[in-house]
Design a protein around this ligand. Sequence first.
Ligand code: IMP
Length: 503
Amino acid sequence: MAKEIIESPSHALSEFELQQLIMLPGYKTKEMTSGNTDFSSQLTKFSAGQHPKIKLNFALLSAAMQSVTGSEMAISMAQEGGLGVIFCSQPIEKQAKMIKEVKRYRAGFVIPHTVSPDAPISEVIALANERSYSTFPVVDSGGVLLGYITKNDFDRKRHAGLTVKDRMLPIEKIAVAYDDEIKDNLAAAYEKLVEGHHGSLPIITRDGKLKHIVFKKDVDHHIDKPLAALDSDKRYLVGAAINTSDYRERTKAMIEAGADILFIDTSQGHTDYVKETLQFVKKEFPNIPIVGGNIVTKEGFDFLAENGADAVKIGMGPGSICITQEQIGVGRGQGTSIIEVANARDDYYKKTGVYVPVIADGGIRVAKDITVAWALGADAVMAGKYLAGCDETPTKVRTIARIVDGKAVEVREKPYWGEGSDKAKEWMIAGRYGQNDFPEGVEAWVAYAGTLKNHLAQAKAMIKDGMRKAGCATIKELHDKSVLQILSAGSIKEGGVHDVTPD
Ligand code: IMP
């Protein structure tokens, strides 16, 4: 919670939104360099003097939404030090498959998809279309590596009737390494790759069984990403959303698939259903952290914390595609919600010695909103719209002509829809908003944003600069030292480009 929130000039509560808050500059020392600005934060609860089970190096989560977080987004979010939460508005098996996809990556060591020597070439073509890579190891029924097949080993038309063994590169022709020589040492695998001029290196046991593949491009990426969010086995962290109807089966499947943390996905978390879900998970699976939500009041926070939530998610109505407030007249401005719930978290900590982190979910339009949400007291932020334009979402880009500033221009866009929209409910079981027969979200488009890596590199640069100019080097310092003020309509105008003729 910030040290001081200046609320003058006074505004109606409905106007008190994230967008209208700005941080005042603070004292910036020479030591506050971009290199030591720290975005890390606790994600799960801990007692005074102890450590949380999960900590993120970049306190940002991608929303559990069909149009935002599949396995590709979750992998990239973890590489950036954040966390992807895979949506639960889909059949349990599909969600479990996405979680497993993320857990196949072990910071450079991939558990590969394999093919059998008798599989038709058409199966390899289908697999390559489905995945972002096209190198498949060929193994026998006992898991022994026989060779490789890549998309360069066959002609799609001419060889469509053949089988994998007819076109694969046999093991005698490929370089391999043994698991007892490489162990967990990515640097040793990298040396072998570079020395041998290879793009990939299978790691096998002494009796020939395939264990992992190391791809050079993954190692490059890993070396590039020292802050990645990893589990104790060096695999990427991933979250799984669950709902309050099929949570018994879904929770078990998510944990078996390897999920590191669960998120109860409801628009109103102060309910008996959420309490029952929390109690079930805590009793049956006491080792998996679980986030409760969404709530926007002190009572909501206390309720979830007392029922065992490891973190609490804040937000009702601030989502860019959300029409909950208009449809049912319930919700709250996100700025006000964060302040009240962060206060409740601090009071709870003083009273019990247990710190339950809070995650601000929804309403992030631009990078500075993340910094402001942290400064208001959030330990982490969850975003949908802000990430929905990136390459890694499960959606496709379109190019379309639009009128921008009176001129017709071609723009690239990606679709983005609410989990409460009719589109999201097509798959349907009684899920997040399943009991309602009216929509609580809309279908929309957002500007194409390129790769997550580049999008977040720019965001991180802006956030760092904002934090330093506010005199804060860490999220904790933002909580303790930052001073925020509400912008009047005139200040918003003055803060943007004004009184000049646009180019
Ligand atoms: P955004 O970052 O402002 O786009 O908000 C994303 C958040 O909106 C999600 O994490 C959800 O909490 C919430 N949300 C997702 N779908 C819906 C919906 O259909 N109606 C209301 N809120 C939604």
